[in-house]
Every structure is written in structure tokens, then in C-alpha cells.
Write a protein that binds this ligand. Structure first.
Ligand code: GUN
Length: 286
């Protein structure tokens, strides 16, 4: 039977530590600030944006929220971003995804100054992660690494299998594991014999977005299982991408859904924002 990885508790510990750091920065006249840009009224995005604002308040980070009309033009949105890029009170900028269809997501993300890109989605930050010279790293993958490191199990030399190849989770977490000397396999919707690949994983990262797509019996005895999926069933229940009860019997460590990866994402966003404020106060440029 597995140990449950308590993401909520670890995130709280990290927030407490960040709060002390923010209090110390205040004595030096530095008040970290995060701008969160929401375009439109996607209900899930509204929930996330609210949670990010609340988390900022808890650790005394200034939060600036810009809620923009869903029909905003690309030009207008780019102008808003450039205003935030030039605002010294704003150390981190986050544009909540997904954006409405008429906006070019790639172009918008590239418009954020890499120095303020606390989501780690700018191509410069992606490139720096790939060559293992990271500046800002994406929050969910960084949270996953912290959860694994917190188990005390050494990542080096382990077989890691990542299921999902998104730019937000699958690809960056694969590179983070590689840089910690894991042997990494990335699986996706066209992968053949998924079960066989999952059966090799000492560390399994499931980031597919399909409820209970990975069966407990596929999992290697003693594996660490990190479930990034948050899927709402018809009855309202939240479940991950891994069939929990079966996986719980085989894994050595497993994240619950909710209360595993989710809380870590926001904690890492706060961490990146504080790091951005410290860099900018010292005048460090990329
Ligand atoms: N939408 C879903 N996840 C994320 C995230 O990590 N950052 C942003 N900006 N939008 C998201």
C-alpha cells in the first residue's frame, strides 16, 4: 500500500516559507507584485484566477488582476501586456489560458517579458529549461519535482514515464526529470503498448486529462505515481488520470486528486514571483 503524497501540506509549508521571505524583502523596500490577466469569462479560469489572487494575499504579494472583455483585439491585449512589462510594481505577469480563439496564444505569450514570465511559457524560458540553464520554470512541472523530491527517493537513474506531451506539463517535466538523471520516456495518444511502458516506470507522471485512463494493475510495484489529471465526473466528483484504488495497492507513493499536484502549482507561481522580484530589484537582466 502506498504513502499518500500530501501536496496541500507541502504547498502550505512552501507558502509559509515564502511569507517569511516576503516580509524580509519588505524591510528592504521590495514588495513582490503579480499581474494576472484574464480574458473572457471561462468558468474554470475564473476559479483559478481567484485562487491565485487569494494565494498572493496570504503571502503578502501584491496582486493586480486585469479582467478583459472576451472580444478584446489582439492589438489591445498586446498593449496591455506591454504596459505591465513596463510597470516596476509588477514583477510577474501571467496570462490565464486558454485564450479565446481569435487571439494568437503563441504571440501573446511571447509578448510577456521573459524577466516577468513567472509561468515559464515564453520560448526563451522554454529554451533555457531544455539546455538546463533555467530562468523561470513552469509551475506545475516544478511542483511535481518538489513532490517527488519530498518523498526522499533519489530520481537519478530511475525509469521515468511521462504520459502526455503538452507544453505546460508533459514536455517540461520530462526535461526536468532528465536533468536529474532519470531515463525518461514520453508517451502520448499515438503510443503503442502504453501498458507495457507504464509497467516499467519507477516514476510515473500522468498528465492526459482522461478520468482513470491508467489502470492500477499496469503500475510497477513500488512506483511513485504523480497524477496531474483533474477530471470532473458527471456526478461532480473530481478524479485523476490514474485509477486510484488499484494504483494505491501497487505504488510506494501516490498523489491524491484533489490535494496532490494542484496546490503545488500555485505555490510555485508565488515562488517564481518572489524570485522575479528579487532579480528585478538587483537589476539582473537575461
Ligand atoms: N491554464 C491552465 N493551466 C495554466 C497555467 O499553469 N498557467 C496559465 N497561465 N494558464 C493555465
Amino acid at each position: 500500500m502506498a504513502n499518500i503524497i500530501d501536496g496541500k501540506a507541502l504547498a502550505q509549508k512552501l507558502r509559509d516559507r515564502l511569507k517569511s521571505e516576503v516580509d524580509m524583502l519588505k524591510d528592504q523596500g521590495i514588495k513582490p507584485g503579480l499581474a494576472v490577466v484574464l480574458v473572457g469569462d471561462n468558468p474554470a479560469s475564473l476559479v483559478y484566477v481567484k485562487a491565485k489572487g487569494k494565494a498572493c494575499d496570504e503571502v503578502s504579494i501584491n496582486s493586480f488582476q486585469r479582467t478583459l472583455h472576451k472580444e478584446i483585439t489582439q492589438k489591445e491585449l498586446l498593449w496591455q501586456i506591454s504596459e505591465l512589462n513596463n510597470d516596476p510594481k509588477v514583477h510577474g505577469i501571467l496570462v490565464q489560458l486558454p485564450l479565446p480563439e481569435h487571439l494568437d496564444e503563441e504571440l501573446i505569450l511571447e509578448a510577456i517579458s521573459p524577466e516577468k514570465d513567472v509561468d515559464g511559457f515564453h520560448p526563451m524560458n522554454t529554451g533555457r529549461l531544455v539546455i538546463n540553464k533555467p530562468l523561470f520554470q513552469p509551475c506545475t512541472p516544478l511542483g511535481i519535482i518538489k513532490l517527488i523530491e519530498n518523498t526522499g527517493v533519489d530520481i537519478s537513474g530511475k525509469e521515468a514515464v511521462v504520459v502526455g506531451r503538452s507544453n505546460i506539463v508533459g514536455k517540461p517535466v520530462a526535461f526536468m526529470l532528465l536533468h536529474r538523471n532519470a531515463t525518461v520516456t514520453i508517451c502520448h495518444s499515438r503510443t503503442q503498448n502504453l501498458r507495457e511502458k507504464i509497467g516499467r516506470a519507477d516514476i510515473l507522471i500522468a498528465a492526459i486529462g482522461k478520468p482513470a485512463a491508467i489502470k492500477g494493475e499496469w503500475i510497477k510495484q513500488g512506483a511513485i505515481v504523480i497524477d496531474v489529471g483533474i477530471n470532473r465526473l458527471d456526478g461532480g466528483k473530481l478524479v485523476g488520470d490514474v485509477e486510484f484504488d488499484g494504483a494505491f495497492k501497487k505504488a510506494s507513493f501516490i498523489t491524491p486528486v484533489p490535494g496532490g499536484v494542484g496546490p503545488m502549482t500555485i505555490a510555485m507561481l508565488l515562488y517564481n514571483t518572489v524570485a522575479a522580484a528579487k532579480r528585478q530589484s538587483k537589476g539582473i537582466r537575461v
